[in-house]
Design a protein around this ligand. Sequence first.
Ligand code: NAD
Length: 336
Amino acid sequence: MEILAFGVTADEEPLLARAFRDHSEGPHEVRCLDVFLSEDTAPIAAGYEIVSSSVNGDLSGRVLRILAAGGTRMVAQRSTGFNNVDLDEARRLGLTVSRVASYSPYSVAEFAWALAMAVNRRIVRASHRTRDFDFRLNGLMGRDMHGRTAGVLGTGRIGEAFTRIAHGFGMNLLGWDLVPNPACVELGMRYVDKGELFAEADLISLHVPLLDSTHHIVDAAALKAMRDDAVLVNSSRGGLIDTEALVTELRAGRFTGVGLDVYEAEAGLFFTDRSLEAVADDTLARLVTFPNVVVTSHQAYYTQDAVGQIIATTVRNVADYMAGRRSENTLVPDAA
Ligand code: NAD
C-alpha cells in the first residue's frame, strides 16, 4: 500500500521511507510531501486510505471531511499533542486517528537547557561578534547556574528530565504541578505555589501542556512578579505566555534572557521560509530584536532519537490499523 505523508522535512524523508519499507508487517511505500495538511492541500490525499500529518497539520472538521470524501480511512499524526484534531468529527466520519503518545523527553529538556544557557551566556551575540572579528567581552557577562534556583512549571516527563539537568548544575529546585513527581522530590525539589516560584526562581522553564487552565499562565502579573534578572524559557507551547506582556517587560529592560522555542501565533509561520516576505507579525518582529532574546521555531523535539521514535511509532500505528489492533496511541475509535 502507498501512504501519503504531509509536512515531511528532507531530513525525515529517507527515515520515513526506510521505516515503512522495512517494517515486519510491510513493506509499504510512502509518498512524502513538504506541504502541511490543510484545507488547500487535503484534496491531494484523494485515493489514499492512509494519510500521515505533522505536528502543525490542520486536522479540523473541514479538513477531515475533505479527507473522508476522498477515501481516507486513517490519519496517523506524527506528534504527541492532538489539540489540532477534531476528534468528534473524526468519530462521526468513522476515521481512525492515531498519535505518538510518547517519545524522548530528553530531546526537549536538553533543548530547553540549550536555550537557557544560550541567553544566559550570550552565545548567539558572542558568535556574531567573533564572525566579525570583534573579540571584546563587554556585554557578554553571564551568571553561574550553580547555587541558583531553577523553577520548573510542569514536572512530567520533560520537566523531570529538565530537573535532572538542573540538579547536575547544582541548583536549588522549585516545582509547580498538579501532582508532585516523586523522582523530582528525591532530587530535592520543593513544590511551591506558582506565585512563589515566579518570585524566587533565577531560571523559569515551562513544561505544562497548553490547556484552558494554563493559557497565559505567564501573564503580565506573573512577569511582573519575576526577578528582573530572571531567565525565562518556553519549550512547551506558545500560548502559555502572554507575548504582548512579555514584550512590554523586555522593553523596560527586564530579564537576563528569554529563550522561546514556541510562540503563540506560530501556526502557519513556523516551519516555513518567510525570509523574502514583508514581516506581517509585529510582535514577533519586535521580539527577535531584543539582544537578550533567542527565538527558535519549534525545534526542541528535533533530534535523531526523538524523530526516529516518532517515525517508528507512526509505522507501528499504521500496521495496527491495518491489522485491526488498538493501542495507547489510538485516539479514535475510542476504547470499547
Ligand atoms: P507530561 O504529560 O509528561 O507532563 C505534563 C505535566 O504537566 C504533568 O506532570 C502534569 O501533571 C502537569 N500538568 C498538566 N496540567 C496541569 C495544570 N493545569 N496545572 C499544573 N500542572 C499541570 O508531558 P511532557 O511529555 O512532559 O510534555 C510537556 C509539554 O511539552 C507538552 O504538553 C507539549 O506542549 C510540550 N512539548 C514541546 C515540544 C517541542 O518540540 N517544543 C515537543 C514535545 C512536547
